[in-house]
Design a protein around this ligand. Structure first.
Ligand SMILES: Cc1ncc(COP(=O)(O)O)c(C=O)c1O
Length: 405
């Protein structure tokens, strides 16, 4: 990424060059820097853009950093969790139990117990066996546990990179064709209350229309099921999937247009009656945390191999696996070159210290000419970065994390 492009990036727009230079001058090991201001900015954009009857729950899996959690809680966001560790972190960060949901295809019994004990807003069940186990646990505690049923629909939202989406066989949710079996099983339960449905099948969506169509599909599914099986829907979890651009070719999601169209949808005669009093919940992760983080790391050596320029760095996929895992690049910029006002550019393979060729942030990354000692930054590293990596491989120290106000 060129310096000019970097100057247009969210991080640079919201974090002063002085704040960044402090970390460059005092660099001692790879570091994730998160900006509170950018989290606020992303949240405000979403909150202002979406009609007020859509609630926002943060998908903690995108970044469970405790400062980010505390900050989002202070902004009034709820929390989507996917493990005992995440439920615990959400409660510790101050989210109240009635603002926490628990979703995931293979929940351990101890995790379900924890959710029931803590009276979470809902457990989103993903199989009939899980439904029966939740019922058993709630019975033991003499409680009624609220649940949503997670559904694997027949349609797909159109994720361009395989993350969670796709039609057909899925470990997530109950196939819509088998929903009869779910409702038959539900009749045998005594201590669960079905409050609605959950459908989330795609991530990294940049086209507002795809999110709009998905939202409409989920609401239509809820209406149909509530009529067919006569139950009252009070919650509809519409999933996350709000994308952010990772390359110059990708355009940002048009939240204003999405919000305008959603407003018309929920305000229409067709839906208004049904949706009155229903909590519509989006659970975005990447959109709230993605831009807020950069990953700083250092060039240790430069060399060429068969004509290719290579930068060998102390950072790698042990700290930031996503480029190798998903197979798509993140923007990378040479921050030292920016401060030194260097201008010449070159293409580089940027590769880390691990003993695998997978440990590479890109084979042809365009950077300002780089030297040993330069500090590089991977941008958009706030989501699916620190915790979606492989920190134990080769026993390097973990990356540090700093949250800047
Ligand atoms: C159940 C659930 N909710 C929310 C999210 C967040 O998705 P995104 O970061 O694309 O908004 C995920 C991501 O995998 C998920 O599995």
């Amino acid at each position: 990424m060129s310096i000019e492009e970097f100057q247009q990036h969210e991080f640079f727009k919201h974090v002063s060059p002085d704040a960044i230079s402090h970390y460059i001058n005092n660099y001692d090991s790879p570091l994730y820097l998160y900006s509170k201001r950018i989290v606020t900015h992303a949240y405000t954009k979403l909150r202002k853009g979406l009609p007020s009857n859509f609630e926002i729950f943060y998908a903690q899996k995108s970044n469970p950093n405790k400062n980010i959690l505390r900050h989002l809680n202070s902004l009034g966001v709820g929390c989507d969790t996917a493990s005992l560790g995440e439920m615990d972190a959400a409660l510790n960060a101050g989210f109240t139990a009635d603002r926490i949901m628990f979703t995931g295809p293979a929940k351990r019994e101890a995790e379900l117990r924890y959710a029931v004990e803590n009276n979470l807003l809902s457990i989103n069940v993903e199989s009939i066996q899980e439904l029966m186990l939740v019922n058993e646990i709630a019975q033991e505690y003499d409680k009624e546990q609220n649940i949503l049923v997670r559904i694997n629909p027949l349609y797909e939202t159109g994720e361009t990179t395989k993350i969670i989406g796709g039609t057909g066989v899925s470990k997530f949710g109950i196939d819509i064709e088998d929903i009869d079996e779910f409702f038959a099983a539900l009749k045998k339960t005594t201590n669960v209350a079905l409050k609605g449905i959950h459908i989330f099948n795609s991530s990294q969506i940049l086209d507002w229309e795809k999110i709009y169509n998905n939202t409409k599909n989920v609401i239509d599914t809820a209406i149909k099921l509530s009529c067919n099986y006569t139950f009252e829907v009070t919650h509809i979890d519409l999933g996350g999937g709000f994308g952010i651009p990772y390359s110059a070719e990708e355009k940002p999601l048009d939240i204003t247009r999405l919000g305008d169209e959603l407003f018309k949808l929920v305000d229409s005669e067709e839906y208004k009656g049904f949706l009155d009093g229903v909590d519509l919940i989006f659970e975005p992760g990447r959109f709230l945390s993605g831009h807020s983080g950069i990953y700083l790391f250092k060039v240790l050596y430069t060399k060429t191999s068969r004509g290719k320029n290579i930068l060998l760095t102390d950072g790698g996929i042990h700290h930031l696996l996503r480029p190798a895992l998903i197979g798509t690049g993140h923007p990378v910029v040479n921050i030292t070159a920016y401060y030194e006002k260097r201008t010449t550019k070159s293409n580089y393979m940027v590769a880390g210290p691990l003993c695998t060729s997978l440990d590479c942030f890109g084979e042809e990354i365009c950077l300002t000419e780089s030297k040993p000692g330069d500090i590089l930054a991977v941008l958009n590293a706030g989501a699916y970065g620190f915790t979606e990596s492989m920190p134990l491989f080769l026993s390097h120290p973990p990356a540090k994390e700093k949250f800047i106000d």
